[in-house]
Design a protein around this ligand. Structure first.
Ligand code: HAM
Length: 423
């Protein structure tokens, strides 16, 4: 049997890659407009980074990490998310010495050993952004604006933005006590995962997807019931700024997010019509994370969105994704001498910045014209012994269906005039 790709992974092949490139272009454009600089961190990190950063009680750390010992007996993990790595890089590269806040974005593959299903992959791609060194609620609002603006620009409709405040360690301690009191007599009826969460991280029980857990916790105290003055003010201000920006959001007191580092603002964007895995973006504030992994006390907030899920929504909503590709020039050469001249010309055209290709299989004229058609060429340069002897080339305009002869030494100038390339 032939070898197949690992479960939960995808090949992004020509024909599909153009959509990814379109999305990536839009991402780079909006990030540059909002003043975010790109950061690239390693695809693998010391396992401890995620254990401490993402948190020991999370599903990610408990069940989903690709962890292995390398040949030097170090425990290594393929990154399941980008935030912990960005915080590590911020500390390691002393980015706290730069003007704050530092606004960064990233694009790349993440790895989680999850049950693969529609919209859930083991290797998936995120566009994420992090703002480090800014604690003002204006930062929270601005980052949600970026997300909203981005989805608007790429033409997504029917999205729901949900926000919540999960409080800080101080007010969460109080919430924990109240929630455990509430759950005490219902504990035995919770799902096994939630029974586990009861002592480790009871707050997570609030967003369990199991319907019987949801029923049992219907009237449970939420973090909004116990916010301290500082967290309550922060949440109110964030909403005020979101209102000014005209963002339609919903407050969902049960949305607590599945990573341990969140404090204060948490948010998620969901889309209709893509099945159970409908979260296309998630994020929040993580004021304690940089310190948790050994850096200076630094407030932080960020988000990440799953590109596979976004593309799936775009497809469902028939959003146009037509990247502007320049049609190539195709050289059709007949006979060895013409092939050599064509090969030389190919190099010249490429040097001048023009996309140019030629048949590499030694096809006849008909085959080469068919090839040009498939390549969606705008111009085909036909070169045979006769043209070569007269130092001419036939230029066929594929759109107009017309052709003319041009002297070989003028062909580059002709094409530069007739295509949008500049020397
Ligand atoms: P997350 O909610 O775990 O947050 O992931 C963010 C997004 O990545 C999800 O909303 C979803 O679109 C996509 N995603 C997650 N897992 C998968 C998967 N198995 N297959 C396909 N797509 C997936 C984080 O990762 C945080 N680091 C976000 C953040 C940044 N918070 C603060 N800064």
């Amino acid at each position: 049997m032939s070898i197949q790709r690992p479960k939960g992974t995808q090949d992004i092949i020509p024909g599909t890659i153009e959509k990814w490139q379109f999305l990536e272009e839009q991402i780079r454009k909006i990030c540059s407009e909002y003043g975010y600089k790109e950061i690239r961190t390693p695809v693998f990190e010391a396992t401890e980074l995620f254990q401490r950063g993402v948190g020991e009680t999370t599903d990610i750390v408990n069940k989903e990490m690709y962890t292995f010992m390398d040949k030097g007996q170090r425990s290594i993990t393929l990154r399941p998310e980008g935030t912990a790595s960005v915080c590590r890089a911020y500390t390691e590269n002393k980015l706290y010495a730069l003007q704050q806040p530092v606004k960064m974005y990233y694009l790349g593959p993440m790895f989680r050993y999850e049950k693969s299903q529609a919209g859930r992959f083991r290797q998936f791609h995120q566009f994420g952004a992090e703002v480090l060194g800014g604690e003002d609620p204006l930062v929270d609002a601005e980052i949600i604006c970026l997300i909203w603006d981005f989805f608007g620009r790429i033409g997504l409709k029917g999205l729901v933005v949900e926000i919540n405040s999960v409080g800080c360690p101080t007010c969460r301690a109080e919430h924990r006590i109240r929630l455990q009191e509430f759950l005490q007599e219902r504990k035995d009826d919770l799902c096994p995962d939630c029974q586990n969460r009861f002592t480790k991280n009871p707050m997570r029980i609030l967003d369990c997807k199991n319907s019987s857990c949801q029923k049992l916790t219907e009237n449970a105290p939420t973090t909004l019931d116990t916010l301290c003055v500082d967290c309550a003010e922060h949440f109110a201000k964030t909403q005020e700024y979101l209102n000014i920006a005209g963002i339609a959001y919903r407050i969902n007191p049960r949305m607590v997010r599945g990573l341990d580092y969140y404090q204060k603002t948490a948010f998620e964007v969901t889309a209709e019509g893509i099945g159970a895995q409908n979260a296309i973006c998630g994020g929040g504030r993580y004021d304690g994370l940089v310190q948790e992994i050994g850096g200076p006390a630094t407030p932080g907030i960020g988000f990440a969105m799953g590109l596979e899920r976004i593309l799936s929504v775009m497809e469902k909503q028939s959003v146009e994704m037509l990247p502007e590709v320049e049609a190539p020039v195709v050289i059709a050469a007949l006979g060895e001498a013409a092939r050599q001249e064509g090969f030389r010309l190919l190099g010249d055209l490429r040097q001048a910045g023009m996309p140019a290709v030629m048949d590499l299989l030694g096809k006849g004229l008909k085959g080469q014209l068919k090839y040009a058609d498939r390549e969606q060429a705008r111009y085909v340069l036909i070169l045979g012994d006769d043209e070569l002897a007269r130092k001419m080339v036939i230029v066929r305009d594929m759109r107009l269906g017309e052709q003319q002869e041009i002297p070989l030494d003028q062909i580059k100038a002709f094409l530069l005039n007739h295509t949008k390339c500049e020397m």
